[in-house]
Design a protein around this ligand. Structure first.
Ligand code: UD1
Length: 399
């Protein structure tokens, strides 16, 4: 396994060097109150990539204030775009001529950087994109991204650590994905906008971020011929997208009240154990699996959690076990017998979602849990500490 981040050794075992910045989470306080749902990381990063498709200025509002947004901005700047971030607004000005080389340190720091591949193939008919980094949650090959673009007439190869694409022209194609990959769907969509003819993607991903992207592309379609300005307003996540997670929470004993723009969740007593199976949308999302594990760790009874999307996503179960969770994993399955209470321990975030799951576990644990490597959490969640504090959670950022 390649060395992905500074805190892990080659064998994938965590090196437990205390980090300067960490969260101190004190368990026991009852959480109640209201927090605002921020714009989604997996939407905004793709919308930023889509801005490359049209010369001119694209303004994206309601962007979450997370570390990945400035990282993506660096990727776009490296391609020749101007990016200004002001609070929750990102303004991207795309020039007539783009560089097709996305080959600089920023690309390696986030998975979403691979989403410039489709726009570059569409705009430049050439792309050289360094293989992206991101969370170590399992292998993330690009075979479907490449085969989709090949079907449209491009030559695609992995060369010297980059995905390299060339096309004299791009034509529409009928493309069937083996798996509804979010990233592959996005790249094919973005290249297809500027291809000749009609492209059909079968088995395309249906995640909410694909819908956001498709809406933006529809708006940009009218303007691609000239110097265009696309203005997007990203609304918060509609509770209707949360059907599977809310249904599981309800089975665990929560009372759920949904309104147009809000959802109220009340858990009056200890949650009941429920099983979770991650699946592509509209199934239970893999990105909420660590939170499901935290719930299962304190639920009343036995839970079986099945991960179908990323094979290495159970790595953080070891951290939960350090907090006293009665858990074991076997391949795609994690089996947990809930304990009444977890106990605090120093724990290390292994990726964005695992970090958030550990904080939730810390909130349900006795004592003060130190969550290290919080930059993972900062990459994906704006105002994470502040929002939990608003709900009455005892959490502070130190260091
Ligand atoms: C995106 C999200 C991530 C989320 C995931 C699934 C971003 C930046 N990340 O990741 O938070 O967990 O969707 O909802 O948006 N695969 C292949 N070949 C390919 C492409 C994918 O085999 O060419 C496999 C992957 O190894 C994985 C599965 O397909 O097992 C799902 O991957 P995909 O949907 O592409 O996820 P990402 O776009 O990488």
């Amino acid at each position: 396994m390649g060395r992905r981040d500074g805190g892990r050794c080659r064998a994938g075992e965590p090196v437990r060097v205390p980090t300067v910045e960490r969260f101190l989470v004190t368990g026991g306080a009852r959480l109640a109150g209201t927090v605002e749902v921020a714009g989604a990381k997996n939407s905004v990063l793709k919308l930023m990539a889509a801005a490359l498709l049209a010369e001119g200025t694209t303004t994206i509002s309601n962007c979450p204030e997370i570390l990945d947004v400035p990282l993506m901005a660096d990727v776009l700047r490296g391609l020749g775009a101007e990016v200004v971030i002001e609070g929750d607004t990102v303004v991207i000005t795309t020039p007539a001529e783009l560089s097709h080389h996305a080959d600089f340190p920023a690309v390696g720091r986030l998975r979403a950087s691979v989403c410039v591949l489709g726009p570059l193939m569409g705009r430049c008919r050439r792309a050289e994109v360094a293989l992206p980094g991101g969370d170590a949650i399992g292998s993330r090959p690009l075979d479907m991204h490449q085969s989709g673009l090949r079907a449209m007439g491009a030559t695609m190869n992995i060369e010297h650590g980059k995905v390299v694409g060339r096309a004299s022209s791009l034509h529409g194609a009928s493309i069937g994905l083996d798996f509804p990959s979010v990233g592959a769907t996005e790249n094919i969509l973005m290249a297809a906008v500027l291809a000749d003819g009609t492209t059909i993607i079968d088995n395309a991903a249906r995640e909410p971020e694909i819908i956001d992207l498709a809406q933006l592309l529809a708006q940009m379609g009218a303007r691609i011929d000239g110097v265009g300005t696309a203005t997007i307003t990203i609304e918060g996540v509609d509770p209707v997208f949360m059907t599977a997670p809310l249904e599981r929470l309800s089975r665990a004993g929560a009372q759920i009240d949904t309104e147009q723009d809000a959802v109220t969740v009340t858990m009056a007593e200890r949650p009941r154990a429920v099983d979770f199976i991650t699946m592509p949308y509209p199934g239970f999302p893999t990105d909420l699996q660590p939170m499901a594990l935290a719930l299962a760790a304190v639920a009343d009874g036995h839970s079986l959690i099945t991960e179908n999307v990323f094979e290495a996503r159970f790595r953080f179960v070891d951290e939960l076990i350090r907090m006293g969770a009665d858990a074991r994993t076997d391949g795609h399955h994690a089996s947990l017998r809930g304990r009444e209470q977890l106990s605090s321990a120093p724990v290390w975030s292994t990726d964005i979602r695992a970090g958030a799951g550990l904080v939730l576990a810390g909130l349900a644990a006795e004592g003060v849990t130190e969550v290290h490597e919080v930059m993972h959490i900062d990459r994906g969640y704006p105002h994470f500490v502040e929002d939990l504090q608003k709900l009455g959670g005892q959490i502070e950022r130190v260091g």
